[in-house]
Design a protein around this ligand. Structure first.
Ligand SMILES: [Zn+2]
Length: 493
């Protein structure tokens, strides 16, 4: 029998957390055909001795909804071994399109987009012009609320709730794998818990889950975890806590107690997990940081931020501001905080920032916890100085946290980016190396894999990733992106 590609003598990590085992692996017709001692030949044979072969990484927390259309090579992800991106996080979804385009233009100010109708239309766009990675979608509650209610801060009336429910049902029918909220952002932060329970209840029995950027990741962290768990319990739906962290110095250490809350919920039989990116800095849009006087220390949600620890990442037309802290811009403008924020947001409403707000101890505590999987939360602005997590998340977990620091074993680290998220998000036949599974694969050198991006120079592909296959086709060869665009738009079930 002749295969498309055969890997010889690889150390195979199957994505279940099991230790690596040396063997061959054959790929045929987009699927894994044989594992072990492969007898047949391959159109291409790869000597993989000394290298690790794992399921392709599943990035459970992305904002690549629009990058998948305008940067179809997705090289910023595939070069780090990512083969599937879950989009629509933090309440920001791809439909309805008119509401979604606010974020699309903020991340991709110079791009033009096709038109689509609902989540079905968005997935059709991906079917017609696939990106290099697979894409699975979450319905964005904030986008739905904006489309139904604009910037209203009240609870929805019956008619508005009916419109939101229709939009959520449309997304579920189209194959969305869950619904996300962004409860620090406009307009999601105006939603009461009851609104979220009512909408999340539509997911019950479908296998779709509730993913949340919680209301408060600072001193209010524990109350926010309680709210997320309550929504899942009352709606009868699994919960994914996004980018689990304690933000702001006064909140450091609270993750020990928030993780205990997750343990307690699991003991009650609830399906509650979290994801994390492996850095002590976060990143978001400047408008969210400036809202409600948060940067002045008066607000809640992001923890205490100061003009020193907030740094401009990407802008549409002010490269000279990128990499500068708000404090530095205040000095340059000879202006106070409010005037500086007004000027920057007036000229750059979509500016993104990096927030240096977490403790390294907390990052390791969250990573060790068995409820945690890996998600980059990268903002695919590609211009300026985006947070290096966009490129380096998975290699950094494998190289720095697993190999160099021993926070996780290598099989466990791989499990948290493959088999674990595939099971949680219901991605069938992915995330594991097994006969018949889709051939989403990454071949890397466990001795050298490491992220290379820094906050000053973030746009660096990781080191040590040799080959990446999506649905059996090579998207990365010797660390370089190919012309293949074999990604699939994944529908639930
Ligand atoms: Zn978020």
């Amino acid at each position: 029998m002749s295969h498309d590609i055969v890997f010889r003598n690889a150390t195979i990590y199957d994505g279940t957390g099991a230790p690596g085992a040396v063997g061959d692996l054959a790929v045929s017709g987009g699927r894994i055909a044989e594992i072990g001692a492969v007898s047949g030949r391959g159109a291409e044979v790869v000597d993989a001795a000394g290298l690790a072969l794992a399921p392709g990484f599943i990035d459970v927390h992305t904002h690549d909804d629009f990058a998948a259309i305008v940067h179809r090579d997705m090289a910023f992800k595939t070069a780090g071994g990512v083969t599937t991106c879950i989009v629509g996080n933090c309440g920001m979804g791809a439909a309805p399109q008119a509401a979604a385009m606010v974020l699309a233009r903020s991340f991709h100010p110079h791009a033009s987009f096709p038109e689509w109708e609902g989540y079905a239309g968005y997935l059709d766009v991906l079917d017609r012009a696939p990106p290099a990675t697979n894409i699975a979608v979450l319905i964005g509650h904030g986008t739905v609320r904006m489309a139904a209610m604009g910037r209203k801060t009240e609870a929805p009336n019956a008619a508005e709730m009916a419109v939101m429910k229709d939009m959520v049902r449309e997304g579920l029918d189209a194959g969305a794998i869950g619904m996300s909220t962004g409860l620090i952002y406009e307009p999601g932060r105006h939603a009461r818990t009851e609104e979220l329970i009512e909408l999340t209840s539509l997911l019950k029995g479908t296998g779709a889950l509730y993913a949340t950027h919680m209301r408060d990741e600072g001193l209010g962290l524990l109350g926010s975890v309680d709210e997320a768990i309550r929504i899942g319990r009352e709606a009868g739906v699994g919960v994914q806590i996004s980018h689990h962290k304690a933000s702001g110095r006064e909140a450091w250490g609270l993750v020990t107690r928030s993780l205990e809350r997750i343990d307690a919920a699991q003991r009650l039989g609830l399906d509650v997990h979290a994801d994390q990116y492996p850095y002590t800095a976060g990143s978001t849009v400047l408008s969210a940081v400036a809202e409600g006087g948060r940067l002045g220390g008066a607000g809640r949600g992001l923890g205490s931020l100061t003009p020193d620890n907030v740094v401009i990442a990407s802008t549409a037309g002010h490269p000279e501001w990128e990499g500068q802290s708000i404090a530095a811009l205040m000095a340059a403008f000879g202006a106070g905080l409010d005037a500086t924020l007004q000027r920057v947001l007036g000229e750059e409403p979509g500016a993104t920032v990096v927030l240096h707000s977490m403790s390294e101890d907390d990052v390791r505590t969250v990573m060790r916890h068995p409820s945690t999987m890996i998600g980059s939360d990268g903002l695919p602005t590609l211009a300026g100085k985006p947070h290096p997590r966009l490129y380096g998340t998975f290699a950094r977990v494998l190289g720095r946290y697993a190999r160099d620091l021993g926070v996780l074993s290598l099989p466990d680290a791989i499990y948290r980016m493959t088999g674990f998220p595939a099971a949680k998000f219901g991605l069938n036949d992915r995330g594991v190396i097994a006969p018949g599974a889709f051939a989403d694969l990454v071949l890397f050198d466990p001795e050298t894999i490491i992220d290379r991006g820094t906050f000053e120079d973030p746009k660096q592909p990781p080191e040590g990733v040799r080959m990446v296959l999506v649905n059996g086709q090579l998207v990365i060869r010797d660390g370089v992106a190919t012309d293949a665009r074999p990604g699939m738009a994944l529908r639930r079930g």
